[in-house]
Write a protein that binds this ligand. Structure first.
Ligand code: RP5
Length: 165
């Protein structure tokens, strides 16, 4: 495995981290090397270009991009690299992330962004999906993912709901 981060987690504002930490926590749970950066499409556009343009050379295999509002960050990163980009809509405005979801999911044909659910569930799933992508070439990681799923199954099977007579 590469010594550097395999997954880049970026977000438009440090305020997005309250949501995006769920992606980082998932990657930490699976021992996937990752980095976390604030990269804003409209506040730091030059950094955005540099981040995307150097992603392959730095060994990034997946980029998770979270953004609120008009949420152009995931699409702009995808426009500048062929590293797979997973987009997470952040509920940061009065529209509670619907604006971000529609911005991210409606990428024109030719520049894909894999779009997750709004908020923490989407961020966690982005982390899981990034691990699953890496696991296609990493049998040990794949085994961890299978074990994790089995543990979730067992939790549900052990649940008792209400009284039975
Ligand atoms: C977007 O605008 C960010 O992704 C964030 O969700 C939203 C608001 O940013 P802040 O004003 O909270 O920094 O760029």
């Amino acid at each position: 495995m590469s010594a550097g981060p395999l997954v880049g987690i970026v977000m438009g504002s440090r305020n997005d981290y309250a949501v995006m930490r769920s992606a980082a926590e998932m990657l930490t749970e699976f021992g996937v090397a990752h980095e976390v950066r604030v990269v804003s499409a409209h506040r730091t556009p030059d950094l955005l270009f540099e981040y995307a343009e150097t992603a392959i050379a730095r060994g990034l295999r997946v980029i998770i991009a979270g953004a609120g509002g008009a949420a152009h960050l995931p699409g702009m990163i995808a426009a500048k690299t062929v590293v797979p980009v997973l987009g997470v809509p952040i509920p940061a405005t009065a529209l509670q992330g619907m604006d971000s979801l529609l911005s991210i999911v409606q990428m024109p044909k030719g520049v894909p962004v894999g779009t997750l659910a709004i908020g923490s569930a989407g961020a966690a799933n982005a982390g899981l999906l990034a691990a699953e992508i890496l696991a296609t070439t990493d049998a040990a990681l794949q085994a961890k993912l299978v074990a994790w799923r089995a543990a979730r199954r067992d939790e549900v099977l052990a649940q008792v709901v209400g009284d039975e007579v």
